[in-house]
Write a protein of this length. Sequence first.
Length: 453
Amino acid sequence: MQYVSTRGESPPVGFTEAVALGLAPDGGLYLPEALPDLSGKVSEWEGLPYPDLCYSFLKEFATDLPDETLAQIVQRSYQSFTHPGVAPLQQLDEDLYLLELFHGPTLAFKDFALQLLGNLYEEQIRRTGKPIVVLGATSGDTGAAAIQGLLGKEGVNIFILYPEGRISFLQERQMTCSGAGNVFPLAIQGTFDDAQLALKETFADKAFSQQVGLSAVNSINLARILAQSVYYLYAWLLLPEEKRSMTTFVVPTGNFGNVFAGWLLGQMGFSIGGFHIATNQNDVLHRLVQTGQYEKGRVTPSSAPSMDIQVASNFERFLYYFTGRDARKVREVMAVFAETGSYHFEDFTTHGFTSSRASDKDISSIIRSISSRHGYLVDPHTACGFRDLDGLLPCIVLATAHPAKFPDVIREAVGADPKAPSLEALKEKPIVNFPLGASKEAIQTFILEKIDL
Ligand SMILES: *Cc1c(COP(=O)(O)O)cnc(C)c1O
């Protein structure tokens, strides 16, 4: 299978190249040239353990990897999950399900994609013999999941910038206590935006990028989307057959990545009830669904920090389908949006999406009411999914993180202190980080010092 850019000005590439490149050379995002109809596979796939289902699904897409290699990569990627079901589906009520996506090494759903991506990178290095330097900036969960995905891998050095003093106690520990020699957490003096800017400038230096084999770890990699489609399929197959076509997936969303992965699965012959976009107070996507106006606002910190985003980078993938695969139109919309910060669409709401917005106050009272009604503690991101459930049942709410990652919000809401064994162990470990100025020069000097060229 070949992959095309949403902007239509780069040649199609195979799976492994699309994964290695991340962003297409024309600035677009990769998507399958044609989506397969997989509806004939349902009886074959029902009842498969998670890794087997993941392998069977990805085999349809990773057609330039030998089957045996892909099978090993997938098996290794989900071995690190602590629940035997990998993504267990809990039933809270007759028509209310919760898909637990927090049993990976960093207790958030990003492990599903980044464990796999880490192993795909390793395979690429083995094949090409070229070591890589992974550089990223994080405001929390992505950096931790990327580090866990690449930890100790031969030929990979990983540098993650984070704004010192602006991420949570546990998030910082997840990044700085790995003990691995190939992991360099860079504590930047400044904000996340300062870190992001320094990162962009470092990537823009093409000579340096090529010299060290710089690679981005971000939310737009094709492999991340496809890896996430799998848990929608897994959950859908676990539902009683008569409920499948009426069940809505409720997805706490920031970047549009997670919900897009589900929507894409729905385009492959599976009949799914619908998709609900649940935002926090940073509600750019909610406003889009309600009004057709895609308009970026100012990010205001919330108690669901991993969704504090105002530009949903994966939205471009949906836009490509929404415009009838018109790459010229995609370029036009993205250019107008980049220039003015907004774009108005006609008829946006007709595409099966619904949406809601949860304030910090809503989040707190939802955590309380789910706890008292169902005896279940949801994390602040997952809580956003419960804002507007009337009319959405039957539904599956995606539980994107473990409540123990956000102890302050939980304590404030219900007075309880949720615990997770892996986080308890972290509290005792020493922090190892590298304070650095937020500039291209500082980053480049540091990287060159640490790697053997
Ligand atoms: C990243 C993240 C989200 C948002 O996911 P998107 O793919 O950006 O929509 C939601 N919840 C948690 C816990 C996250 O880490």
